[in-house]
Ligand binder design. Structure first.
Ligand code: HPA
Ligand code: ZN
Length: 329
């Protein structure tokens, strides 16, 4: 069994594999502009974040009903369980679905049908994090937060994703303030393609508790020092960085330097159906490409639970951490 870990950076829509995409398309009478899964896989050669996002939003068209979201989440949970995931904090992108005429209820209730049975069926505890699309307006984000109000008992926090450059965190100041007032936890993608200043702004203006990606902090020694001092977790996604060309090859990934600097790094899969691997695959890949020691891998697993939003269940966190310490590589 792989090392026990929490997954903290996972877009549920990014777990849609080609075969189920075609099955859902047939089930829902949705036409996909690809002849078959082979042709679809050909489209998985990305230049950058935007070229990935184009396909990511296109394929979502096959998700129509509660059952679709339930099936999607169940398929992810089964794969994650097989790769040692014990706790998952799952992103979803409601604006992408509301724009297609679906309701917030369809998305959240559908996902919840799978998540409510996740512990029993897959041995994975779960939380949901609702992301706002930063290339949409702040007003749209605020409306989305409003639409989520009936479902807040199922949503632990908010995040910020989609095209980063040109959409700085400050654009979402008010919606993050409103979410904080509702007791929601706050994270944001920052420093994936955007500059280190976006990371600082996410911390200062949005009050985020974790930074998703955060890779480009390495360009600012002062920022690294701050992130280390304040123990701000970073949810890194190494295979995603290679596929979206944020790093040239996995061997060039700054993860070892980030760990050496004392940053609280975690390893996650982002959009595993698109980037070539789930959480355990990301652990295996960094282990072999970067020659990480077993103690470094244990540190990454430990960090994932330390960085989890498990404050309501510290007993569970302690149990997971004990599993990490007892694990034999
Ligand atoms: N970055 C930004 N937005 C996203 C991503 C990502 O890797 N995946 C899905 N939405
Ligand atoms: Zn992401």
């Amino acid at each position: 069994m792989p090392v026990p870990k929490a997954e903290l950076h996972l877009h549920i829509e990014g777990t849609l594999e080609p075969e189920p995409a075609f099955e859902l398309a047939a089930r829902n009478g949705v036409e996909l502009p690809y002849a078959d899964t082979e042709e679809l896989r050909e489209a998985y050669r990305f230049e950058d974040l935007q070229s990935f996002l184009n396909l990511y939003y296109e394929l979502m068209a096959v998700l129509r009903t509660e059952r679709d979201f339930e099936d999607l989440a169940n398929a992810y949970l089964a794969r994650a369980a097989a790769q040692g995931v014990r706790h998952a904090e799952i992103f979803f992108d409601p604006q992408a679905h509301l724009a297609r005429g679906l309701s917030m209820g369809t998305v959240v209730e559908g996902l919840s049908r799978a998540l409510d049975r996740s512990e029993a069926n897959h041995g994975i505890s779960t939380q949901l994090i609702m992301c706002f699309l930063r290339d949409e307006s702040a007003e749209s984000a605020m409306k989305t937060l409003e639409a989520a109000k009936p479902y807040l008992d199922r949503i632990v926090g908010i995040g910020l994703d989609s095209a980063e450059v040109g959409h700085p965190p400050v654009k979402f100041r008010e919606v993050y303030e409103a979410a904080a007032a509702l007791g929601l936890r706050r994270v944001a993608h920052a420093g994936e393609e955007g500059p280190p200043e976006y990371i600082t702004e996410a911390l200062d203006v949005l009050g985020v508790e974790r930074v998703d990606h955060g890779l480009r902090c390495m360009e600012s020694p002062a920022l690294v020092e701050r992130l280390v001092r304040d123990r701000v977790p970073l949810t890194l996604c190494p295979l995603s960085n290679v596929r979206l060309r944020t790093v040239d090859t996995l061997a060039d990934h700054p993860l070892p330097a980030m760990l050496d600097a004392g940053l609280l790094c975690t390893v996650n899969s982002d959009d595993p159906a698109y980037f070539g691997g789930y959480a355990g695959d990301n652990f295996d890949a960094v282990r072999s490409a970067l020659g990480l020691s077993e103690e470094r891998l244990r540190e990454l697993a430990r960090n994932s639970f330390v960085a989890s939003f498990l404050e309501d269940d510290e007993e569970r966190r302690a149990r997971y951490l004990a599993e990490v310490e007892a694990y034999e590589f």
